[in-house]
Design a protein around this ligand. Structure first.
Ligand code: IMP
Ligand code: MG
Length: 179
């Protein structure tokens, strides 16, 4: 049995992901030229994206990670739990939070507020994927790789019950896997 037997279709292929990282990296490089950039990856889903994205950012920058959970199975619980705090004091930084996907908008709207309250110079957000149909909270990311329809996707960091993160592309998971 291969992981790939559980997929319905590939939604964002490897080439397209490369182009997205290049485009966003270029834009971030321009926007943060005179700033003190701290990239904040949201564990674990963003690790694949942040490692490709940061190579496209031609600036001095720092990187740190935090871990929260707001999600169980395929439905958002609407509750934020801290699993790992940042090691970096955000005060002197222009923080760019990097996420795999925005769905309800709950995680990133909370995180943006928390890091701003801790005194970051600025807080912006960058997401590989955006599912606007899933919103329950008003939220718009500053940098968006690709807007996708309201389907449950895996791969390139995104998981279903911690699996499928190592697929090199983003694919729609066959609903037979979770129903
Ligand atoms: P939000 O707080 O509802 O915006 O949820 C964002 C988080 O939910 C993401 O960081 C993911 O961990 C998870 N998530 C939302 N949609 C998907 C999906 O289609 N596949 C895998 N994880 C998802
Ligand atoms: Mg996540």
């Amino acid at each position: 049995m291969s992981m790939r037997d559980d997929l319905k279709e590939i939604l964002v292929g490897e080439e397209e992901i490369k182009e997205i990282c290049k485009r966003l990296g270029k834009q971030i490089t321009q926007d943060y030229k005179d700033k003190n950039l701290l990239l904040v990856g949201v564990l674990r889903g963003s690790v694949v994206f942040i490692s490709d994205l940061m190579k496209e950012i031609d600036l001095f920058c720092d990187i740190d990670f935090l871990s929260i959970s707001t999600y169980r199975g395929t439905k958002s619980t609407g509750e934020l739990k801290w699993k790992k705090h940042l090691d970096t004091e955000v005060k002197d930084y222009d923080v760019l939070i990097v996420e795999d996907i925005v769905d309800s908008g709950f995680s990133l709207s909370c995180l943006t507020k928390i890091l701003a309250d801790r005194g970051a110079k600025s807080v912006k957000t960058c997401t590989l994927l955006d599912k606007p149909e899933g919103r329950t909270v008003e939220f718009e990311a500053d940098y968006v790789g690709k807007v996708i329809p309201d389907a449950f996707v895996v791969g390139y960091g995104l998981d279903y019950n911690e699996k499928y993160r190592n697929l090199p592309f983003v694919a729609i998971l066959d609903p037979k896997v979770y129903s």
